[in-house]
Design a protein around this ligand. Structure first.
Ligand SMILES: [Zn+2]
Ligand SMILES: [Zn+2]
Length: 154
């Protein structure tokens, strides 16, 4: 059952590994069971400013399959219906929730304990990519969000 070779494996429905992640100082941590619902690089401005990085990499998890462990994260509401969780001690962004995806929470791939074991599926909000980022992968590069109902943030 401990199928932990590749995120591509863990991402498949039915894989029931528990994975963990944490902030820089380690006070805020999370764990989740079951599959990642999707895995994407996001180039939108909100993610860029939130992480102070040219783009960030997210994955979605069902709300009933994760829990925070350790200190509870603080929450910043960047717009109505949006909650951005972060560590009040070290400032690391930890998770994103939006009323648009009421059944999901989004975590940052780089916060995983084993971030090398991750397989992004696509780029989203690619039209907002900074011109000095040059990418050589052959992943799909999508304008806006992947979900056609969502034209907003990711
Ligand atoms: Zn921290
Ligand atoms: Zn975004």
């Amino acid at each position: 059952m401990a199928d932990d070779d590749l995120a591509g494996e863990a991402g498949r429905a039915g894989a029931m590994t528990t994975r963990i992640g944490r902030c820089l100082c380690g006070e805020v941590a999370y764990e989740f069971d079951g599959p990642m619902l999707w895995r994407a690089h996001c180039h939108c401005e909100s993610c860029r400013r939130n992480t102070a990085s040219p783009f960030t990499t997210f994955f979605g998890v069902a709300k009933d399959s994760y829990r925070f462990t350790g200190r509870s994260p603080s929450v910043y509401h960047s717009s109505p219906g949006v909650s951005r969780h972060f560590c009040a001690n070290c400032g690391t962004p930890v998770a994103y929730e939006s009323a648009r995806w009421p059944d999901e929470i989004h975590f940052y791939a780089a916060s995983l304990d084993d971030p090398a074991h991750f397989e992004p599926e696509r780029h989203v909000h690619y039209e907002e990519k900074l011109p000095w980022i040059h990418l050589a992968d052959d992943l799909p590069k999508i304008e806006g969000a992947y979900d056609p109902e969502d034209a907003g943030t990711g």
